[in-house]
Design a protein around this ligand. Structure first.
Ligand code: C5P
Length: 201
């Protein structure tokens, strides 16, 4: 069976999730949104848990439920600075990456730390304003009571924390191809990602 790993990193709300799902469907690969792991740990901490214990005890069931709120996102980025939390999540991600049939993982450190040998590495980005607008529409559509200003502030704060941390900071791998989706439609961004991955096959 084939093993092929696609690493997709980038800042908050850049379109990684949408692109990852689409390319996974296109190539028939499995997809792991690694942000959900940190969100699940963040949610447990908001409920009074210890971050390292929560990360060690994480089960697939913990990834269900509504983890896509700004509050959980902030909690995720706070626990994500802790080296012991990150270490507890490595094996699950690496095992997923080398599964038979191919895998797409999206996050912040997939191409740099989790899967430095990934066959294809993408860094998906967009301007903070474009990312905040997309996330605002997504959250408002779900009925959440958010403002554009709050969403932009949340995105900027998380990117800063994710980029400035000592352990596995948000940054493109040296051999990643950057896709700036600021002025692209979803279809254009997906087509570009598919073309980049095809070229690595
Ligand atoms: O991707 P998402 O916005 O769901 O990620 C939530 C938070 O989890 C990020 O802001 C980041 O702090 C953390 N994260 C990480 N490493 C990953 C994925 C997510 O540190 N691979």
């Amino acid at each position: 069976m084939t093993r092929f790993t696609v690493a997709i990193d980038g800042p908050a709300a850049a379109g990684k999730g949408t692109i990852s799902k689409a390319v996974a469907a296109h190539f028939g690969f499995a997809h792991l949104d690694t942000g959900l792991l940190y969100r699940a740990v963040g949610a447990k901490v908001l409920a009074g848990g210890d971050p390292v214990q929560a990360a060690k005890a994480l089960t697939p069931k913990d990834l269900e439920g509504d983890l896509r709120t700004p509050e959980v996102a902030q909690a995720a980025s706070r626990v994500a600075v802790l080296p012991d939390v990150r270490a507890a999540l490595v094996t699950f991600q690496r095992d997923f990456a080398v599964r038979d049939g191919g895998a797409v993982l999206d996050g912040r450190d997939i191409g740099t730390v989790i899967c430095p040998d990934a066959q294809a590495k993408l860094f998906v980005t967009a301007s903070a304003e474009v990312r905040a607008e997309r996330r605002y529409l997504e959250l408002a559509d779900k009925g959440l009571d958010v403002t554009r200003e709050d969403v932009l502030a949340d995105v900027i704060e998380r990117d800063k924390r994710d980029s400035d941390r000592a352990e596995a900071p948000l940054k493109p791998a040296d051999d990643a191809i950057t896709i700036d989706t600021s002025e692209m439609s979803i279809d254009q961004a997906v087509a570009k990602a598919v073309a980049v991955i095809e070229a690595c096959r």
